[in-house]
Write a protein that binds this ligand. Structure first.
Ligand code: ZN
Length: 227
């Protein structure tokens, strides 16, 4: 048999490798390979080329596991992040709510006495001290706190949130007569009242102190208080 050219064998090698050539062709290729190293190398190349994808499939399968592991890990991280996010957003929410309450609702700051006018201080027959208080900065109060220290200094403290709200009629706390029942406070607190201030220990207006003589409360004031 005449020698077949390497070119022809090279063309046939893939078929030979896949075992889809005729027996004659197979024999021909094998015969050629028995003496032609070049074509042997070509066949090895084909084997490698074919084997590499197989290897790659395994690698890819492993990669798939890696990807699966990564995605599991990522899911875990995401869950952690989600929980963390939940906690953080919960915390943020609390801060926002607290902030809102603190800024707008909570009676957190006292009113400076330079916007406070106290007038018409008087005393009723039963000893109650009556006064007219006006907050004249135009903003509302949330509450008036009554407090006494151990020395018998009584403080009537007007309170409002940090973010002020404009005062609106009927000005329940901002403008009007109010009174303090000295006897009742002394009985309730067990301390003799020495002074009555409007404001705080640091910023105050004196309403009354022990021994101070006050005029009799007017009918107008009594009516206004409804007592
Ligand atoms: Zn050859």
């Amino acid at each position: 048999m005449s020698k077949i050219s390497c070119e022809v064998i090279k063309d046939m090698l893939p078929l030979y490798y896949d075992n889809v050539c005729s027996d004659d062709s197979k024999r021909m290729v094998e015969e050629h390979l028995s003496y032609c190293d070049n074509c042997k190398i070509e066949l090895e190349k084909i084997q490698n080329e074919v084997h590499i994808p197989e290897k790659k499939i395994i690698e890819n399968r492993n990669d798939g596991n890696v990807i699966k592991n990564i995605s599991t890990a990522w899911k875990r991280v995401r869950l952690k992040a989600f929980i963390k996010g939940g906690l953080i957003s919960g915390l943020l929410m609390s801060i926002i709510i607290l902030g809102y309450v603190g800024l707008f609702k909570w009676e957190i700051t006292s009113v400076a006495t330079d916007v406070v006018e106290i007038r018409d201080i008087s005393q009723m027959e039963d000893g109650k001290i009556v006064y007219y208080a006006e907050i004249n900065d135009g903003y509302s109060l949330n509450r008036i706190k009554y407090d006494m220290d151990k020395e018998g200094n009584f403080y009537i403290t007007p309170l409002r949130p940090i973010v002020k709200k404009e005062a609106e009629p009927p000005y329940a706390l901002e403008k009007g007569y109010d009174f303090i029942d000295i006897k009742e406070q002394e009985e309730y607190r067990g301390i003799e009242v020495q002074t009555v201030y409007y404001g705080t220990p640091k910023d105050k207006v004196l309403i009354w102190e022990k021994g101070m003589e006050l005029p009799k409360t007017s009918e107008e004031a009594e009516k206004s208080l409804g007592i």
